[in-house]
Design a binder for this molecule. Structure first.
Ligand code: TYD
Ligand code: MG
Length: 454
């Protein structure tokens, strides 16, 4: 028998020590040390027994089985998954507590059962009767839905192997624990071990697995990023808790597109899909043009969305002016402000600038630059962008407007929502007769092309 020595290794930074420590002295993270066993080299016997006899295959000779997709019957969910759940894959749904993760997955389970799939819902946080109450509220009534309130991974594994469902839902990964790991449920090593075992079951038994993960205050899936590397698909469930709509956003997808968003609204009987999100984002907008407002067409995933950017610019009472953003990257806004000062001559050095994206959506793509710049410029100069105009374009450091992708799609979306005019990058100039197109080369041209006195 080989002699086994153990050491503790930090999963965050790789620090090694002989004994367990709650906090890593190297990187300062808590609960990240996991035990690793080592066999000393002189004790290692013939390695042959460990060698797998399989040989590498030529790429051209590899046969691929057809990718089987299971539709969830919820089209917004299917779309962000890239056309449904891939059989045998493991998907992580992450989000703040109370955002609606259990609700969407119980609804999905109900829909899957309707199409004849056998679903095992492992509830590690709520009791069977709590789940039954929720199911009644969601009007789920199925003969194929098994509920298993359990926190022990070993028992869960045994039941999955016995029930052999088509789909397993684990609610949540932070609440289950394995006997093989010494630390408590929710610690990094537990999460890693549990996810690993679930992954093995999913792959070996070809069972589609959906796992819920809570997000910490700083926005990470608790059990830092460990899970994201392991799973096939990561979907974030986000939204403003004070508003009724929620967004599912795909962050990693081994079988499809990322950065897709699916939009839902929370009702008293569950989440309902929002088929036309533009109505949702724009319906609170004032129909009369006001300084500091611009409508952009952002392209989240495969679907363009119309979103309003608002800016407020005013003389600062503070020694150094404030820059506050909500829904857009602050450093991007700082760059746009610098371009406005240098290339347009807008003096913002004594002005506070607030930029807000209405509707609680986060915008990361640079095609929103021009909209942000115009919202700020119109507010600073007390002029307005016409309320029937959409703004599309990325801004370069010399004040030039760079082209954006999918321009036709964005313009079509603007037409559908009743807009009459679009300011677009010159390099994107296309023949499009459904609305008036104003191609611009420079930021300063865009400002003179669309603003009028408010
Ligand atoms: P839940 O799915 O329990 O959140 P999570 O699993 O992400 O922690 O949903 C929580 C909230 O949703 C809760 O505050 C109640 C509300 N809700 C509704 O408004 N309508 C419904 O039909 C359901 C089931 C929940
Ligand atoms: Mg829950």
């Amino acid at each position: 028998m080989a002699k086994v020595k153990s050491k503790w290794v930090c999963t965050e930074c790789g620090y090694e020590t002989a004994g367990y420590l709650g906090k890593c002295p190297e990187c300062g993270s808590w609960g990240s040390l996991v035990e690793e066993t080592q066999i000393s080299p002189k004790d290692i016997k013939a390695q042959d027994e460990f060698i797998n006899k399989e040989k590498p295959e030529l790429l051209k000779d590899i046969q691929i089985g057809e990718e089987v997709r299971i539709s969830t019957n919820i089209s917004e969910f299917d779309r962000i998954l890239g056309g449904g759940l891939v059989q045998g894959s493991l998907t992580l749904i992450a989000g703040d507590p109370g955002i609606g993760k259990s609700t969407i997955l119980l609804q999905t389970s109900g829909e899957l059962c309707k199409s004849g799939k056998k679903v095992l819902y492992i509830s590690a946080e709520e009791s069977a009767s709590q789940l039954k109450l929720r199911a009644q509220r969601l009007e789920i009534n199925s003969d194929n839905l098994y509920i298993y309130p359990q926190t022990s991974l070993e028992s869960i594994k045994a039941q999955i192997e016995e029930v052999l469902p088509d789909v397993v839902v684990v609610d949540s990964i932070q609440a289950i624990y394995s006997q093989n790991v010494a630390s408590s449920a929710g610690s990094v090593s537990q999460i890693r071990e549990c996810c690993n075992i679930l992954m093995q079951i999913a792959k070996s038994k070809n069972i589609t697995t959906l796992v819920i993960g809570h997000v910490t205050k700083d926005g990470n899936i608790a059990g830092p990023k460990v899970l994201e590397h392991m799973v096939d698909t990561v979907i974030y469930f986000e939204g403003d808790k004070y508003k009724s709509y929620r967004m599912l956003r795909s962050m990693k997808n081994r079988f499809g597109n990322t950065s897709e968003v699916g939009i839902f609204e929370m009702h008293s009987n569950g989440l309902k899909e929002v088929k036309n999100p533009n109505e949702l984002f724009l319906n609170e907008r004032s129909q009369i043009a006001v300084p500091g407002s611009a409508i952009i067409v952002t392209n989240e995933g495969t679907r363009p969305l119309l979103v309003e950017i608002q800016a407020l610019v005013g003389t600062t009472p503070y020694p150094s002016p404030r820059r506050v953003t909500n829904g857009v990257d602050t450093s991007r806004v700082l760059q746009i402000l610098a371009v406005l000062e240098k290339r347009v001559g807008l003096n913002l050095s004594k002005q506070d600038v607030y930029v807000n994206v209405t509707g609680g959506i986060d915008i990361s793509e640079p095609a929103a630059d021009l909209g942000i710049a115009l919202a700020v410029a119109t507010c600073a100069r007390d002029v307005v962008v016409d309320s029937q105009t959409v703004i599309i374009g990325e801004i370069g450091l010399s004040g030039e407007i760079h082209p954006v992708n999918n321009i036709e799609k964005r313009l079509n979306e603007a037409v559908t929502s009743g807009f009459k005019k679009a300011i677009i990058p010159y390099a994107n100039k296309i023949d499009f007769n459904k609305i008036e197109i104003v191609p611009v080369k420079r930021l300063i041209d865009a400002i003179s092309a669309c603003v009028s006195k408010g």
